[in-house]
Design a protein around this ligand. Sequence first.
Ligand SMILES: Cc1cc2nc3c(=O)[nH]c(=O)nc-3n(C[C@H](O)[C@H](O)[C@H](O)COP(=O)(O)O)c2cc1C
Length: 183
Amino acid sequence: MLTRKEFLKAILLAAAAGSTTLVQAQTASKTLVVYYSWSGNTREMAQAIAKELKADIYEIRTVTPYPEAYNATVDLAHEQLRQNARPAIQKDVPDLSQYSTILLGTPNWWSHVAMPVFTFMDQNDLSGKVILPFVTHGGGMSSCERNIRNKYPKADVREGLAVYGSSFSLDEIRQWLKENKIG
Ligand SMILES: Cc1cc2nc3c(=O)[nH]c(=O)nc-3n(C[C@H](O)[C@H](O)[C@H](O)COP(=O)(O)O)c2cc1C
């Protein structure tokens, strides 16, 4: 038989446990836009998406910047892809446990996600989250969405949105978010 004091303590502990669960459920409900951009197109799109959703935004940045010249970056990226390299990225990624939905943006680099995005994906497990890939390109989605799908077999990866350069429209972003019941 519990004393009155033990009984009250048990109730308080149960209430505390319940509220912890509630807090955890609430903290894992936010939306984050994560992107890498070399020449600004994907950044522009990421900012538009984040603004539309009033979501947090995080830019993947390399420790060593890519060259400013287009051809030099194209060549370096090709070499890195050939070597399956993972260029170092800044380690200031926010606590991802508070996010249930991640919109992951990348330029198309040699038909794949940009190498810094491969690094980000290797370092951050997004299993269990909803992921919406978005891609800016000079020719198409290529393997970008597949790269993300393959990396996270235990995530709910939705159909990505691919746009040429910075030619996105707010209407198509809204339509894509609506189709995926995000926002
Ligand atoms: C290193 C590099 C490789 C690229 N490879 C491709 C490609 O294979 N296919 C494609 O459609 N566009 C390719 N592009 C064009 C970019 O995907 C396109 O310009 C994109 O919008 C750039 O995004 P950003 O401004 O966010 O860096 C490449 C650009 C760079 C710099």
